[in-house]
Write a protein that binds this ligand. Structure first.
Ligand SMILES: Cc1cc2nc3c(=O)[nH]c(=O)nc-3n(C[C@H](O)[C@H](O)[C@H](O)COP(=O)(O)O)c2cc1C
Length: 242
């Protein structure tokens, strides 16, 4: 049986995108799994996906993110936005995320002149890096009225995106072993390419790849100090030579 992990990645300042992402991640395994493909899902912040998890792209992910400040990224998505800005600015990363498909729901507020700038940057950056969006770009406006009220739009998008995601699951289901392996190789390249970009935006990216080594060094130093103390320390009370 094939297994498809679908991470739901979010950036959220006041919790709206976060709760939409959590609801989606909860529903995806049941909605998408078939007799041939077992779908699993987790929810995590966009920057944690990069830094803590080191960009574990899979063939399909979902991104839910708002705009904050003046068209900037919300908390938890600053580095991801920095990566997208770099991709948009340079022409060096055109196929960097080839093979990755993503669905995207953006949140914003049309009362700001910088309405929807961050979701637009994320969507354009992903597309420029060769990732392919599935379904429509969700646009949930906090100033939306009537049936365009933000929560309604989120719920509606979350329902309709399921059929788009199902198509991707079907594609994977229909792949031969060779095609499936090729797909996984493509995704591996996307992970490596993301790591290369992260080296430019996280100063200590390489250092963090070897945390065990730093801990070992610390333990060794403590051991050396303990051995030195053991051999040199003579309490004054017990020093009967003088
Ligand atoms: C201080 C502040 C700044 C904001 N800046 C923008 C903005 O520049 N563009 C935009 O479209 N929405 C902006 N918004 C609206 C939020 O994106 C919107 O309220 C959204 O629902 C928040 O989702 P979140 O809880 O996931 O962060 C701003 C909201 C606040 C409170």
């Amino acid at each position: 049986m094939k297994v498809l992990h679908v991470p739901v990645l979010y950036g959220s300042q006041t919790g709206n995108s976060e709760s939409a992402a959590k609801n989606l991640a909860e529903s995806l395994p049941n909605e998408l799994s078939t007799s041939a493909v077992k779908v699993t899902s987790t929810v995590m912040e966009l920057d944690d996906f990069l830094e803590k998890s080191r960009a574990p792209w899979t063939p399909l992910c979902v991104i839910v993110c708002s705009s904050y400040g003046v068209g900037q990224a919300p908390i938890g998505a600053w580095k991801f936005r920095e990566m997208m800005d770099l991709i948009l600015e340079k022409d060096d990363y055109k196929n960097a995320f080839k093979g990755v498909k993503y669905a995207m729901l953006g949140l914003g507020d049309s009362k700001y002149t910088t309405f929807f700038l961050n979701p637009t940057a994320l969507d354009s950056g992903m597309a420029k890096a060769g990732a392919e969006r599935v379904g429509s770009l969700g646009k949930a406006d906090a100033s939306g009225k009537g049936d365009k009220v933000q929560l309604n739009v989120i719920e509606e998008w979350s329902k309709t995106i399921i059929s788009d995601l199902k198509r991707v699951v079907k594609e994977l289901e229909d792949m031969s072993e060779d095609q499936y392996e090729q797909k996984n190789e493509e995704i591996e390249v996307a992970r490596k390419n993301t790591g290369d970009i992260c080296k430019l935006i996280y100063e200590d990216w390489d250092k963090k790849e070897k945390p065990a080594f730093d801990t070992m060094q610390l333990l060794l130093a403590v051991l050396v100090v303990l051995i030195a103390l053991y051999f040199n320390y003579k309490p004054k009370c017990c020093d009967h030579d003088h």
